[in-house]
Design a protein around this ligand. Sequence first.
Ligand code: SF4
Ligand code: SF4
Length: 322
Amino acid sequence: MSKFFKPKSLFTDSFPEKSGNEVNGWGETEQRQATPFFWHPPERQSHGKLQKVVTDYHHQSPAVGKYFSPTPPGGRGPKPIDQAAQVAERTAADWTARVKEFSLAHEADLVGITAMDDKYVYETYSISEPWVIILGVTMDYAELSQAPPSFDNPTAAISVAKEYNRAARACRELANYILSQGYYAKAWQGPYASALNMLPAAIEAGLGELGKHGSLINREHGSSFRLSAVTTNVPLQTDQPDEFGADDFCTRCQACVRACPPRAIHNEKQMVRGVKKWFVDFDKCIPYFGEALGCAACIAVCPWSRPGNSNRLIARLNKKSD
Ligand code: SF4
Ligand code: SF4
């Protein structure tokens, strides 16, 4: 652990013997599905005790606990309705336009579609729906930029929780819309995880590139957004990955590496489950994440997250490639 940060024993004592990086497949050269991990139900993963210690600690802030409760201000969205008996027949192009229009009119700021693939499903689970609709909700940068939060100033943590709740409402509204049209749809919302591994699906659906800090970078909103999703069998057309240069930019930027108090962010890509990619050391990150109410310092300092900055960065990348 870094000399800059000494983790609390409250968190380190709750680690299981197995390293989180090992569970995540750091150093593995064969491709495989991700293992259910930290945000999964405790009985399905190795780090359930640590999850409880971290979330209980966060709930010691009444303001944060209120927004992470099952009944937060603004709610988490409607319960699922019954699937209509009558199927509304339309083309895939028509459904795609309607699904996107509905999403953007019901709290989502970003929407992309990809075909289901085993790599979007955690080990030991299965999903049978053929399509994944990924929704993004943007964060208030003025709030996010106050990260890392603390008990004295939990603004950024409340902001994260608020946007998870908005993302939950957006996906539940969309799932109910699709169910009302006679197709099956299931909503997936965070921060707790289940079968769907949203991040690789979001990259494929065009929401952004993976950044050095382990989160997505969207061309317009940087890393200042949260995800939710709907899996469904309504006929849809897929989007394409959006490679606008963020990966290349990360090779020369170190803002998140320097901003991370426990020095958890690798400056070079690592081999993870058979793919070379940016990787955050879970075992170093999580004690600080626990103590700093969810931290998020790395996404707050990312230059792509600053509103209005992306055009300048893309222009700089284009100039470099001329
Ligand atoms: S969340 Fe905080 S501790 Fe974790 S990688 Fe980001 S800056 Fe580092
Ligand atoms: S802060 Fe820099 S290195 Fe880190 S993810 Fe953002 S652009 Fe990449």
